[in-house]
Design a binder for this molecule. Structure first.
Ligand SMILES: Cc1cc2nc3c(=O)[nH]c(=O)nc-3n(C[C@H](O)[C@H](O)[C@H](O)COP(=O)(O)OP(=O)(O)OC[C@H]3O[C@@H](n4cnc5c(N)ncnc54)[C@H](O)[C@@H]3O)c2cc1C
Length: 460
Protein backbone atom coordinates (compact mmCIF):
# COMPACT_ATOMS: atom_id res chain seq x y z
CA UNK A 1 0.00 0.00 0.00
CA UNK A 2 1.19 3.49 -0.84
CA UNK A 3 2.83 5.04 2.24
CA UNK A 4 1.51 8.54 1.48
CA UNK A 5 -2.07 7.30 1.18
CA UNK A 6 -1.80 5.58 4.56
CA UNK A 7 -0.23 8.67 6.14
CA UNK A 8 -3.01 10.87 4.80
CA UNK A 9 -5.63 8.45 6.13
CA UNK A 10 -3.97 8.60 9.57
CA UNK A 11 -4.03 12.39 9.49
CA UNK A 12 -7.71 12.37 8.56
CA UNK A 13 -8.58 10.42 11.70
CA UNK A 14 -9.26 11.91 15.13
CA UNK A 15 -8.56 8.44 16.63
CA UNK A 16 -5.34 6.40 16.30
CA UNK A 17 -4.30 4.49 13.19
CA UNK A 18 -2.38 1.44 14.31
CA UNK A 19 -0.18 -0.27 11.74
CA UNK A 20 2.16 -3.23 12.10
CA UNK A 21 5.08 -1.18 13.41
CA UNK A 22 2.99 0.72 15.98
CA UNK A 23 3.96 -0.16 19.58
CA UNK A 24 0.29 -0.94 20.40
CA UNK A 25 -0.23 -3.23 17.39
CA UNK A 26 0.01 -6.57 19.19
CA UNK A 27 -2.27 -5.50 22.00
CA UNK A 28 -4.72 -3.78 19.67
CA UNK A 29 -5.16 -6.80 17.40
CA UNK A 30 -6.00 -9.22 20.27
CA UNK A 31 -9.49 -10.66 20.27
CA UNK A 32 -11.55 -12.11 23.09
CA UNK A 33 -11.17 -15.62 21.62
CA UNK A 34 -7.44 -16.36 21.75
CA UNK A 35 -7.95 -19.31 19.38
CA UNK A 36 -8.20 -16.68 16.64
CA UNK A 37 -4.93 -14.89 15.83
CA UNK A 38 -5.29 -12.43 12.95
CA UNK A 39 -2.76 -10.00 11.50
CA UNK A 40 -4.57 -6.96 10.08
CA UNK A 41 -2.65 -4.39 8.07
CA UNK A 42 -4.26 -1.46 9.83
CA UNK A 43 -6.49 -0.88 12.82
CA UNK A 44 -8.43 2.39 12.66
CA UNK A 45 -9.49 3.17 16.20
CA UNK A 46 -12.37 5.47 15.37
CA UNK A 47 -13.26 8.38 17.61
CA UNK A 48 -16.44 9.52 15.88
CA UNK A 49 -18.70 9.11 12.85
CA UNK A 50 -16.33 11.15 10.69
CA UNK A 51 -13.57 8.61 11.45
CA UNK A 52 -15.90 5.72 10.58
CA UNK A 53 -16.81 7.37 7.27
CA UNK A 54 -13.13 7.98 6.47
CA UNK A 55 -12.29 4.36 7.32
CA UNK A 56 -15.09 2.89 5.20
CA UNK A 57 -14.05 5.08 2.25
CA UNK A 58 -10.36 4.21 2.71
CA UNK A 59 -11.02 0.46 2.96
CA UNK A 60 -13.26 0.51 -0.11
CA UNK A 61 -10.88 2.62 -2.22
CA UNK A 62 -7.83 0.54 -1.23
CA UNK A 63 -9.79 -2.70 -1.84
CA UNK A 64 -9.01 -3.98 1.64
CA UNK A 65 -11.06 -6.60 3.43
CA UNK A 66 -12.83 -4.77 6.27
CA UNK A 67 -13.67 -6.07 9.74
CA UNK A 68 -15.89 -4.15 12.16
CA UNK A 69 -15.12 -4.45 15.85
CA UNK A 70 -17.39 -3.54 18.74
CA UNK A 71 -16.71 -5.56 21.90
CA UNK A 72 -14.43 -8.08 20.15
CA UNK A 73 -16.35 -11.05 21.62
CA UNK A 74 -17.29 -12.69 18.35
CA UNK A 75 -16.56 -16.45 18.44
CA UNK A 76 -14.88 -16.80 15.03
CA UNK A 77 -13.15 -13.44 15.48
CA UNK A 78 -15.01 -11.45 12.85
CA UNK A 79 -13.85 -8.36 14.73
CA UNK A 80 -10.54 -8.65 12.89
CA UNK A 81 -9.20 -9.69 9.50
CA UNK A 82 -5.86 -10.85 8.08
CA UNK A 83 -4.20 -8.39 5.68
CA UNK A 84 -7.07 -5.94 5.96
CA UNK A 85 -8.52 -2.96 7.82
CA UNK A 86 -10.15 -3.21 11.24
CA UNK A 87 -12.71 -0.49 11.90
CA UNK A 88 -12.34 -0.56 15.67
CA UNK A 89 -15.22 1.14 17.46
CA UNK A 90 -14.24 0.01 20.95
CA UNK A 91 -13.35 3.50 22.18
CA UNK A 92 -16.60 5.05 20.91
CA UNK A 93 -18.34 4.84 24.29
CA UNK A 94 -21.29 6.85 25.47
CA UNK A 95 -24.74 6.13 26.87
CA UNK A 96 -27.54 8.66 27.16
CA UNK A 97 -30.61 7.63 29.11
CA UNK A 98 -33.89 9.41 28.43
CA UNK A 99 -35.93 8.62 31.54
CA UNK A 100 -39.03 10.39 30.20
CA UNK A 101 -39.38 8.04 27.26
CA UNK A 102 -37.48 5.11 28.80
CA UNK A 103 -35.09 5.03 25.87
CA UNK A 104 -31.30 4.72 25.77
CA UNK A 105 -28.89 5.92 23.09
CA UNK A 106 -25.75 3.79 22.95
CA UNK A 107 -22.45 4.30 21.11
CA UNK A 108 -21.05 1.28 19.24
CA UNK A 109 -18.05 0.62 21.50
CA UNK A 110 -20.17 0.01 24.59
CA UNK A 111 -20.33 -3.31 26.34
CA UNK A 112 -23.60 -4.42 27.86
CA UNK A 113 -22.04 -3.63 31.26
CA UNK A 114 -21.50 -0.02 30.18
CA UNK A 115 -25.21 0.28 29.39
CA UNK A 116 -26.38 -1.53 32.55
CA UNK A 117 -24.20 0.83 34.60
CA UNK A 118 -25.82 3.88 33.01
CA UNK A 119 -29.44 2.67 33.09
CA UNK A 120 -29.56 1.11 36.57
CA UNK A 121 -29.71 4.42 38.51
CA UNK A 122 -32.85 5.20 36.49
CA UNK A 123 -34.39 1.81 37.38
CA UNK A 124 -34.19 0.81 33.73
CA UNK A 125 -32.54 -1.95 31.68
CA UNK A 126 -32.27 -3.08 28.08
CA UNK A 127 -32.33 -6.86 27.57
CA UNK A 128 -28.78 -7.93 26.64
CA UNK A 129 -26.74 -11.14 27.14
CA UNK A 130 -25.44 -12.81 30.28
CA UNK A 131 -21.78 -11.63 30.33
CA UNK A 132 -21.30 -7.89 30.78
CA UNK A 133 -18.07 -7.61 28.77
CA UNK A 134 -19.86 -8.56 25.53
CA UNK A 135 -20.17 -5.79 22.95
CA UNK A 136 -23.63 -4.30 22.51
CA UNK A 137 -23.07 -3.90 18.76
CA UNK A 138 -22.32 -7.47 17.70
CA UNK A 139 -24.77 -8.94 20.20
CA UNK A 140 -27.60 -6.66 19.08
CA UNK A 141 -27.06 -7.05 15.35
CA UNK A 142 -27.14 -10.85 15.72
CA UNK A 143 -30.33 -10.82 17.84
CA UNK A 144 -29.45 -10.77 21.55
CA UNK A 145 -30.73 -13.29 24.11
CA UNK A 146 -30.43 -13.06 27.88
CA UNK A 147 -32.12 -13.17 31.26
CA UNK A 148 -34.88 -10.66 30.33
CA UNK A 149 -35.75 -12.20 26.96
CA UNK A 150 -38.94 -14.00 28.00
CA UNK A 151 -40.47 -10.79 29.32
CA UNK A 152 -39.06 -8.10 27.00
CA UNK A 153 -37.98 -9.98 23.87
CA UNK A 154 -34.67 -10.16 22.06
CA UNK A 155 -32.35 -7.16 22.09
CA UNK A 156 -33.40 -6.42 18.51
CA UNK A 157 -37.04 -6.34 19.56
CA UNK A 158 -36.03 -3.29 21.60
CA UNK A 159 -33.95 -1.61 18.90
CA UNK A 160 -35.83 1.49 17.82
CA UNK A 161 -33.32 3.26 15.62
CA UNK A 162 -29.75 3.00 14.32
CA UNK A 163 -27.34 5.41 12.64
CA UNK A 164 -25.38 3.65 9.92
CA UNK A 165 -22.42 4.42 7.65
CA UNK A 166 -23.11 2.48 4.46
CA UNK A 167 -20.61 0.85 2.08
CA UNK A 168 -20.54 3.93 -0.18
CA UNK A 169 -19.61 6.12 2.80
CA UNK A 170 -23.04 7.74 3.08
CA UNK A 171 -24.72 8.19 6.46
CA UNK A 172 -28.32 7.17 7.11
CA UNK A 173 -30.65 6.66 10.02
CA UNK A 174 -32.85 3.58 10.08
CA UNK A 175 -36.06 3.50 12.07
CA UNK A 176 -39.64 2.34 11.62
CA UNK A 177 -40.33 5.50 9.61
CA UNK A 178 -37.05 6.15 7.76
CA UNK A 179 -35.19 3.39 5.87
CA UNK A 180 -37.46 0.87 7.59
CA UNK A 181 -36.12 -1.94 5.40
CA UNK A 182 -32.62 -1.29 6.75
CA UNK A 183 -33.84 -1.42 10.35
CA UNK A 184 -35.56 -4.72 9.50
CA UNK A 185 -32.25 -6.11 8.18
CA UNK A 186 -30.20 -4.84 11.13
CA UNK A 187 -32.55 -6.65 13.50
CA UNK A 188 -30.68 -9.95 13.25
CA UNK A 189 -28.76 -9.61 9.97
CA UNK A 190 -25.41 -8.92 11.71
CA UNK A 191 -22.73 -6.58 10.38
CA UNK A 192 -23.73 -7.15 6.76
CA UNK A 193 -25.38 -3.82 6.01
CA UNK A 194 -23.05 -1.09 7.24
CA UNK A 195 -21.28 0.23 10.30
CA UNK A 196 -23.74 1.15 13.02
CA UNK A 197 -22.51 4.25 14.82
CA UNK A 198 -25.40 4.68 17.27
CA UNK A 199 -28.20 2.51 18.65
CA UNK A 200 -31.46 3.70 20.21
CA UNK A 201 -33.11 1.14 22.51
CA UNK A 202 -36.36 0.86 24.38
CA UNK A 203 -35.57 0.27 28.06
CA UNK A 204 -37.79 -1.31 30.71
CA UNK A 205 -38.43 -1.00 34.43
CA UNK A 206 -35.88 -3.40 35.96
CA UNK A 207 -33.98 -2.64 39.13
CA UNK A 208 -33.67 -5.29 41.86
CA UNK A 209 -34.14 -8.88 40.72
CA UNK A 210 -34.37 -12.20 42.55
CA UNK A 211 -31.67 -14.03 40.69
CA UNK A 212 -28.68 -16.32 40.60
CA UNK A 213 -27.58 -19.89 39.98
CA UNK A 214 -28.80 -23.16 41.51
CA UNK A 215 -26.83 -26.34 40.86
CA UNK A 216 -27.36 -30.06 41.32
CA UNK A 217 -24.94 -32.94 40.83
CA UNK A 218 -25.19 -34.44 37.35
CA UNK A 219 -26.84 -37.56 38.83
CA UNK A 220 -29.99 -35.41 39.01
CA UNK A 221 -29.57 -33.84 35.58
CA UNK A 222 -32.07 -36.06 33.75
CA UNK A 223 -34.85 -35.31 36.25
CA UNK A 224 -34.02 -31.59 36.29
CA UNK A 225 -33.94 -31.23 32.51
CA UNK A 226 -37.27 -33.03 32.15
CA UNK A 227 -38.93 -31.02 34.91
CA UNK A 228 -37.52 -27.75 33.51
CA UNK A 229 -38.75 -28.59 30.00
CA UNK A 230 -42.28 -29.20 31.29
CA UNK A 231 -42.26 -26.20 33.62
CA UNK A 232 -40.90 -23.43 31.39
CA UNK A 233 -43.85 -22.96 28.97
CA UNK A 234 -46.23 -22.44 31.92
CA UNK A 235 -43.85 -20.27 33.95
CA UNK A 236 -44.46 -16.55 34.50
CA UNK A 237 -42.71 -14.41 31.90
CA UNK A 238 -41.24 -12.35 34.74
CA UNK A 239 -38.99 -15.35 35.25
CA UNK A 240 -35.93 -15.85 33.07
CA UNK A 241 -34.59 -19.36 33.60
CA UNK A 242 -31.74 -20.82 31.60
CA UNK A 243 -30.35 -24.31 32.05
CA UNK A 244 -26.79 -25.56 31.63
CA UNK A 245 -24.57 -28.60 31.94
CA UNK A 246 -20.99 -27.89 33.06
CA UNK A 247 -18.39 -28.44 35.79
CA UNK A 248 -17.76 -26.54 39.00
CA UNK A 249 -14.50 -24.62 38.42
CA UNK A 250 -11.68 -25.34 40.86
CA UNK A 251 -11.69 -21.78 42.09
CA UNK A 252 -13.00 -19.51 44.78
CA UNK A 253 -15.85 -18.68 45.45
CA UNK A 254 -16.96 -22.24 44.69
CA UNK A 255 -16.88 -24.54 47.76
CA UNK A 256 -13.85 -26.83 47.50
CA UNK A 257 -15.88 -30.00 47.97
CA UNK A 258 -17.59 -29.33 44.62
CA UNK A 259 -14.53 -28.50 42.54
CA UNK A 260 -14.46 -30.52 39.33
CA UNK A 261 -17.97 -31.95 39.90
CA UNK A 262 -20.27 -32.15 36.90
CA UNK A 263 -23.44 -30.20 37.50
CA UNK A 264 -26.78 -29.28 36.03
CA UNK A 265 -27.35 -25.58 36.55
CA UNK A 266 -30.37 -23.28 36.46
CA UNK A 267 -29.85 -19.52 36.44
CA UNK A 268 -32.93 -17.58 37.46
CA UNK A 269 -33.78 -13.93 37.03
CA UNK A 270 -37.13 -12.80 38.39
CA UNK A 271 -37.96 -9.15 37.85
CA UNK A 272 -39.93 -8.57 41.03
CA UNK A 273 -39.97 -9.19 44.79
CA UNK A 274 -38.50 -12.33 46.37
CA UNK A 275 -41.87 -13.65 47.55
CA UNK A 276 -43.29 -13.52 43.99
CA UNK A 277 -40.13 -15.12 42.60
CA UNK A 278 -40.33 -17.98 45.05
CA UNK A 279 -43.98 -18.51 44.17
CA UNK A 280 -43.11 -18.57 40.48
CA UNK A 281 -40.31 -21.09 40.99
CA UNK A 282 -42.17 -23.28 43.52
CA UNK A 283 -43.90 -25.66 41.06
CA UNK A 284 -40.47 -26.55 39.66
CA UNK A 285 -38.33 -26.56 42.79
CA UNK A 286 -40.83 -28.42 44.97
CA UNK A 287 -40.57 -31.39 42.60
CA UNK A 288 -36.75 -31.44 42.70
CA UNK A 289 -34.12 -32.35 45.31
CA UNK A 290 -32.58 -29.49 47.27
CA UNK A 291 -29.82 -27.90 45.13
CA UNK A 292 -26.24 -28.58 46.18
CA UNK A 293 -25.51 -24.90 45.55
CA UNK A 294 -28.12 -22.19 45.73
CA UNK A 295 -26.88 -18.64 45.26
CA UNK A 296 -30.21 -17.03 44.44
CA UNK A 297 -30.88 -13.77 46.27
CA UNK A 298 -32.26 -10.28 45.70
CA UNK A 299 -29.60 -8.27 43.86
CA UNK A 300 -29.24 -5.24 41.60
CA UNK A 301 -29.76 -6.34 38.01
CA UNK A 302 -26.17 -5.33 36.97
CA UNK A 303 -24.81 -7.70 39.67
CA UNK A 304 -26.49 -10.61 37.92
CA UNK A 305 -25.31 -9.36 34.53
CA UNK A 306 -21.67 -9.36 35.61
CA UNK A 307 -21.80 -12.44 37.86
CA UNK A 308 -20.03 -14.72 35.36
CA UNK A 309 -17.53 -12.19 33.95
CA UNK A 310 -14.69 -13.37 36.19
CA UNK A 311 -15.01 -16.96 35.00
CA UNK A 312 -14.63 -16.00 31.35
CA UNK A 313 -11.87 -13.36 30.95
CA UNK A 314 -10.52 -12.33 27.56
CA UNK A 315 -7.79 -14.53 26.11
CA UNK A 316 -9.08 -18.09 26.40
CA UNK A 317 -9.63 -20.70 23.69
CA UNK A 318 -13.24 -20.91 22.51
CA UNK A 319 -14.95 -23.13 19.98
CA UNK A 320 -18.70 -23.14 19.87
CA UNK A 321 -21.72 -24.39 17.96
CA UNK A 322 -25.39 -23.62 18.36
CA UNK A 323 -28.84 -24.62 17.23
CA UNK A 324 -32.38 -23.47 17.77
CA UNK A 325 -34.34 -26.01 19.81
CA UNK A 326 -38.11 -26.39 19.61
CA UNK A 327 -38.68 -29.41 21.83
CA UNK A 328 -36.52 -31.22 24.32
CA UNK A 329 -37.44 -34.88 24.02
CA UNK A 330 -36.40 -37.53 26.55
CA UNK A 331 -34.08 -38.90 23.88
CA UNK A 332 -32.48 -35.50 23.30
CA UNK A 333 -31.96 -35.11 27.05
CA UNK A 334 -30.24 -38.52 27.18
CA UNK A 335 -27.98 -37.45 24.31
CA UNK A 336 -27.10 -34.26 26.20
CA UNK A 337 -26.16 -36.28 29.25
CA UNK A 338 -24.02 -38.68 27.26
CA UNK A 339 -21.93 -35.84 25.83
CA UNK A 340 -21.92 -33.63 28.92
CA UNK A 341 -20.38 -36.59 30.77
CA UNK A 342 -17.37 -36.30 28.44
CA UNK A 343 -16.86 -32.54 28.98
CA UNK A 344 -13.12 -32.07 28.41
CA UNK A 345 -12.33 -28.99 30.51
CA UNK A 346 -13.86 -27.34 33.54
CA UNK A 347 -15.09 -24.20 31.75
CA UNK A 348 -16.68 -25.96 28.76
CA UNK A 349 -20.45 -25.90 28.81
CA UNK A 350 -23.85 -26.43 27.23
CA UNK A 351 -26.49 -23.75 27.75
CA UNK A 352 -30.14 -23.51 26.68
CA UNK A 353 -31.40 -19.92 26.63
CA UNK A 354 -35.21 -19.53 26.59
CA UNK A 355 -36.54 -17.67 23.56
CA UNK A 356 -40.25 -17.97 24.21
CA UNK A 357 -42.67 -15.45 25.75
CA UNK A 358 -42.29 -11.99 24.20
CA UNK A 359 -40.08 -13.36 21.40
CA UNK A 360 -43.02 -15.42 20.14
CA UNK A 361 -45.26 -12.37 19.95
CA UNK A 362 -43.14 -10.90 17.14
CA UNK A 363 -43.92 -12.33 13.70
CA UNK A 364 -41.39 -14.51 11.83
CA UNK A 365 -41.07 -11.89 9.09
CA UNK A 366 -41.19 -8.76 11.24
CA UNK A 367 -37.42 -8.81 11.78
CA UNK A 368 -34.55 -10.54 9.97
CA UNK A 369 -34.32 -12.96 12.94
CA UNK A 370 -36.88 -15.56 12.04
CA UNK A 371 -36.71 -18.34 14.64
CA UNK A 372 -39.80 -17.09 16.44
CA UNK A 373 -41.19 -20.57 16.98
CA UNK A 374 -38.11 -21.98 18.71
CA UNK A 375 -38.18 -22.46 22.48
CA UNK A 376 -34.47 -22.24 23.22
CA UNK A 377 -31.23 -21.16 21.66
CA UNK A 378 -28.66 -23.85 22.45
CA UNK A 379 -24.93 -23.26 22.66
CA UNK A 380 -22.26 -25.87 23.19
CA UNK A 381 -18.93 -24.19 23.95
CA UNK A 382 -15.54 -25.80 24.44
CA UNK A 383 -13.53 -23.33 26.55
CA UNK A 384 -10.09 -23.45 28.14
CA UNK A 385 -7.23 -21.07 28.92
CA UNK A 386 -4.58 -23.40 27.44
CA UNK A 387 -3.87 -23.30 23.69
CA UNK A 388 -2.89 -26.98 23.79
CA UNK A 389 -6.52 -27.83 24.64
CA UNK A 390 -7.83 -26.17 21.45
CA UNK A 391 -8.07 -29.38 19.42
CA UNK A 392 -9.73 -31.31 22.20
CA UNK A 393 -12.40 -28.73 23.01
CA UNK A 394 -13.15 -28.40 19.29
CA UNK A 395 -13.60 -32.16 18.89
CA UNK A 396 -15.88 -32.39 21.92
CA UNK A 397 -18.05 -29.47 20.76
CA UNK A 398 -18.45 -30.84 17.24
CA UNK A 399 -19.27 -34.39 18.40
CA UNK A 400 -21.81 -33.07 20.94
CA UNK A 401 -23.44 -30.78 18.35
CA UNK A 402 -23.57 -33.46 15.66
CA UNK A 403 -25.34 -35.84 18.07
CA UNK A 404 -27.93 -33.18 19.04
CA UNK A 405 -28.49 -31.56 15.67
CA UNK A 406 -30.92 -34.22 14.34
CA UNK A 407 -33.33 -33.40 17.20
CA UNK A 408 -33.52 -29.73 16.19
CA UNK A 409 -35.53 -27.93 13.49
CA UNK A 410 -32.48 -26.65 11.56
CA UNK A 411 -30.70 -23.33 11.87
CA UNK A 412 -29.00 -21.73 14.81
CA UNK A 413 -28.32 -18.30 16.27
CA UNK A 414 -25.75 -16.53 14.07
CA UNK A 415 -23.90 -15.24 17.14
CA UNK A 416 -23.23 -18.83 18.24
CA UNK A 417 -21.66 -19.91 14.96
CA UNK A 418 -18.02 -20.31 13.97
CA UNK A 419 -16.59 -19.62 10.50
CA UNK A 420 -16.38 -23.25 9.38
CA UNK A 421 -20.07 -24.06 9.14
CA UNK A 422 -20.69 -23.06 5.51
CA UNK A 423 -23.20 -20.89 3.64
CA UNK A 424 -26.04 -23.34 4.14
CA UNK A 425 -25.87 -22.81 7.89
CA UNK A 426 -26.00 -19.02 7.45
CA UNK A 427 -29.07 -19.44 5.25
CA UNK A 428 -30.64 -21.79 7.80
CA UNK A 429 -30.08 -19.19 10.55
CA UNK A 430 -32.45 -16.84 8.69
CA UNK A 431 -34.83 -19.39 7.18
CA UNK A 432 -37.41 -17.84 4.87
CA UNK A 433 -36.05 -14.33 5.55
CA UNK A 434 -32.77 -15.03 3.75
CA UNK A 435 -34.13 -14.08 0.32
CA UNK A 436 -35.22 -10.63 1.53
CA UNK A 437 -31.91 -10.18 3.35
CA UNK A 438 -29.97 -10.97 0.15
CA UNK A 439 -32.09 -8.40 -1.74
CA UNK A 440 -31.39 -5.76 0.93
CA UNK A 441 -27.70 -6.66 0.90
CA UNK A 442 -27.74 -5.92 -2.81
CA UNK A 443 -29.44 -2.58 -2.14
CA UNK A 444 -27.18 -1.43 0.72
CA UNK A 445 -23.89 -3.26 0.06
CA UNK A 446 -23.93 -4.49 -3.56
CA UNK A 447 -20.19 -5.31 -3.71
CA UNK A 448 -20.23 -7.18 -0.38
CA UNK A 449 -17.72 -4.76 1.15
CA UNK A 450 -18.84 -5.94 4.59
CA UNK A 451 -18.17 -9.66 4.26
CA UNK A 452 -16.13 -10.47 7.38
CA UNK A 453 -19.20 -11.78 9.17
CA UNK A 454 -21.79 -14.57 8.87
CA UNK A 455 -22.09 -13.43 5.30
CA UNK A 456 -25.32 -12.73 3.47
CA UNK A 457 -24.40 -12.55 -0.21
CA UNK A 458 -26.00 -9.83 -2.36
CA UNK A 459 -28.84 -11.26 -4.47
CA UNK A 460 -27.75 -12.04 -8.04
C1 LIG B 1 -18.50 -14.77 27.00
C2 LIG B 1 -19.58 -14.56 25.97
C3 LIG B 1 -20.90 -14.54 26.36
C4 LIG B 1 -21.91 -14.34 25.43
N1 LIG B 1 -23.22 -14.33 25.85
C5 LIG B 1 -24.20 -14.07 24.97
C6 LIG B 1 -25.55 -13.96 25.41
O1 LIG B 1 -25.86 -14.12 26.59
N2 LIG B 1 -26.49 -13.66 24.48
C7 LIG B 1 -26.19 -13.46 23.18
O2 LIG B 1 -27.09 -13.15 22.41
N3 LIG B 1 -24.92 -13.58 22.73
C8 LIG B 1 -23.93 -13.87 23.59
N4 LIG B 1 -22.64 -13.98 23.15
C9 LIG B 1 -22.36 -13.94 21.71
C10 LIG B 1 -22.18 -12.52 21.25
O3 LIG B 1 -23.46 -11.97 20.99
C11 LIG B 1 -21.34 -12.49 19.97
O4 LIG B 1 -20.08 -13.04 20.25
C12 LIG B 1 -21.21 -11.07 19.39
O5 LIG B 1 -20.63 -11.18 18.11
C13 LIG B 1 -20.35 -10.19 20.25
O6 LIG B 1 -20.41 -8.87 19.81
P1 LIG B 1 -19.13 -7.92 19.96
O7 LIG B 1 -19.52 -6.54 19.55
O8 LIG B 1 -18.52 -8.11 21.30
O9 LIG B 1 -18.17 -8.62 18.93
P2 LIG B 1 -17.18 -8.10 17.79
O10 LIG B 1 -16.21 -9.22 17.61
O11 LIG B 1 -16.63 -6.78 18.09
O12 LIG B 1 -18.13 -7.96 16.54
C14 LIG B 1 -18.78 -9.07 16.04
C15 LIG B 1 -19.29 -8.80 14.67
O13 LIG B 1 -20.41 -7.94 14.79
C16 LIG B 1 -20.43 -7.01 13.75
N5 LIG B 1 -20.33 -5.66 14.31
C17 LIG B 1 -19.78 -5.28 15.49
N6 LIG B 1 -19.96 -3.97 15.67
C18 LIG B 1 -20.64 -3.51 14.60
C19 LIG B 1 -21.15 -2.24 14.21
N7 LIG B 1 -21.04 -1.18 15.00
N8 LIG B 1 -21.77 -2.13 13.02
C20 LIG B 1 -21.92 -3.20 12.21
N9 LIG B 1 -21.48 -4.43 12.54
C21 LIG B 1 -20.85 -4.58 13.72
C22 LIG B 1 -19.32 -7.32 12.82
O14 LIG B 1 -19.73 -8.18 11.81
C23 LIG B 1 -18.34 -8.04 13.74
O15 LIG B 1 -17.48 -8.82 13.05
C24 LIG B 1 -21.60 -14.17 24.07
C25 LIG B 1 -20.26 -14.19 23.67
C26 LIG B 1 -19.26 -14.40 24.60
C27 LIG B 1 -17.84 -14.49 24.15
Amino acid sequence: MNHEVVTKFGLDLRGALIGRTHPDYNEARKLYNAMVDKQPLLIARCADVADVTAAVNFGREQRLPIAIRGGGHNGPGFGSVDEGLVIDLSTMKGVRVDPTNSTVRVSPGCTSGDVDHATHPFGLAVPFGIVSTTGVAGLTLGGGTGHLTRKFGLTIDNLLEADVVLADGSFVTASKTVNADLLWALRGGGGNFGVVTSFLFQAHAVSMVFAGPMAWGQGHARAIMRAYRDFLPKASEELGLMIGLKMVPANSPFPKEFWGHRICLLVACYNGPESDAKKALAPLLSALPTPALNWTAMMPYPALQSMFDGLYPKGMQWYWRGDFVRELSDEAIDTHLEHAAKVPTELSLMHLYPIDGAVHRVGKNETAWSARDATWSMVIAGIDPKPQEAAQITRWTKAYWEALHPFNPGGGYSNFMMDDEGDARVKAAYGENYTRLAALKKKYDPTNLFRVNQNIRPAA
